[in-house]
Write a protein that binds this ligand. Structure first.
Ligand code: PYC
Length: 413
């Protein structure tokens, strides 16, 4: 080890600063309480502090920051959605992601790869053409390509799929990217903390006090907090929190599993997704293949992964990349997806004054992290839905104004 590095490591003069403070205790009141220390909650805290000067905020996290779905997804960023509302929303997220390392002064390893959604049937190709037209209309770079073009860009894919269901085309989205997901949570935590936001880990919300349909406080296992504004950003735990304020949502919680292989030499530049094969795969900067499949087809509150999942996924991976048969899976896990009936999120104000929802993230929440931060910060600060999230309000289920986004889900669920 170089002498200079050793001297730095042992010197009391250069202590490595912590990413964020660990406040000794909760105060008995805050202007805003954010439940959930994932990317969404921390992002909202960061933008509330940075853009609206609201710093009297407690972020309450029952585990550790980024330990929920923020650290459990496959880190894909894209904006090739199907609806106008979805495309505009996720396109703003991509824009924010592109400048986020600089903004947060932390290298998030944002890496633009190009994103294929493979089609194995004409009916799938039809939906892709539809998506491509909506995307192009809104200025998003996304277009349908032929099997020959797929082969030119990514020659490793077996277009025949082991003879099972040959590839007939793909939706190609050059801006599709991957980013170090837990660093996103750390970066927002660091930026929020620097501006005075308190982050309370290992603190559990046990109740929310509501009087005359208005929030008046939050009960935690570390004491009661007086507050008039609560943002709930807890993904798969949302029904437990909404029950505390007597709010009904159509959310259903289903596990979504993922895994990584041992590190390999870099060979896969792109993100490859196949809805028919229920598979998405990319290679991380460490060389691991990061992979996932469809939702588990049952309702379950669990973060455990199964053998059945890895067997199914490996089978389909080998259809596309038969030369990977010797590769070992190193780790596997699950996240809890809060699924909505129309595959769009639930965001914004609610019938309970001062209670704001950032939920319904299903299998598409990580890529929305920065835009959730900016739009929820606006909504909480102004008590008014940001225009980019108006269509995603909970009231759409009452008004029958659903935003059908199933056709743009990464894999068939
Ligand atoms: O929507 O891109 C996506 C996605 C990838 C993994 C799960 N969902």
């Amino acid at each position: 080890m170089p002498y200079r590095l050793l001297r730095f490591g042992l010197s009391k003069k250069y202590p490595e600063p912590r990413m964020f403070r660990e406040p000794a205790r909760l105060k008995d009141s805050y202007e805003v309480v954010i439940i959930g220390g994932g990317g969404h909650g921390l992002g909202a805290a960061y933008y509330l502090a940075r853009d609206y000067g609201i710093t009297d905020i407690a972020v309450i996290e029952k585990g550790y920051i980024g330990g929920g779905n923020t650290g459990r997804n496959t880190a894909i960023v894209r904006s090739n959605y199907l609806t106008v509302e979805g495309v505009k929303f996720y396109d703003e997220s991509v824009r924010l992601f592109e400048g986020l390392s600089q903004d947060l002064d932390l290298n998030l390893f944002y890496s633009q790869r190009g994103h294929f959604t493979l089609a194995h049937a004409d009916s799938t190709l039809r939906t892709m053409r539809w998506r491509a037209e909506v995307n192009k209309h809104l200025g998003v770079n996304s277009y349908v390509i032929s099997p020959e073009e797929i082969h030119k860009i990514c020659p490793y894919i077996d277009l025949n799929c082991g003879g099972r269901a040959g590839i007939v085309g793909a939706l190609y989205h050059p801006p599709g990217s991957v980013v170090r997901h837990d660093a996103v949570a750390w970066g927002y935590a660091k930026g929020a903390d620097k501006r005075g936001v308190e982050i309370h880990q290992k603190t559990t919300v046990t109740g929310i006090e509501v009087e005359d349909e208005r929030v008046i406080g939050v009960q935690t296992d570390k004491g009661f907090i007086n507050t008039k504004k609560v943002l709930c950003a807890v993904a798969g735990y949302t029904p437990r929190i909404t029950k505390m304020v007597g709010l009904r949502t159509p959310l259903v919680i289903q596990p979504l599993q993922a895994c990584v292989t041992e590190p390999l030499k870099p060979w896969l530049d792109h993100i490859v997704v196949s809805a028919n094969l229920h598979l998405y795969v990319s290679q991380s900067s460490r060389g691991e293949l990061v992979m996932g499949a469809a939702l588990d087809p049952y309702e379950l509150h669990s973060e455990r992964s199964t053998l059945d999942f890895v067997e199914g996924l490996a089978d389909h991976l080998l259809d596309l990349f038969p030369f990977l048969s010797d590769v070992k899976v190193n780790r596997q896990w699950a996240g809890m997806s809060d699924m909505t009936p129309d595959y769009s999120p639930i965001m914004g104000t609610t019938p309970i004054e001062g209670f704001y929802l950032d939920a319904g993230w299903g299998t598409w929440g990580f890529k929305a992290t920065p835009v959730c931060g900016t739009t929820m910060a606006f909504t909480v600060a102004k008590n008014k839905n940001h225009e980019l999230i108006e269509a995603f309000n909970l009231d759409r289920f009452k008004n029958f104004t659903l935003v059908g986004e199933k056709g743009a889900a990464s894999v068939g669920h």
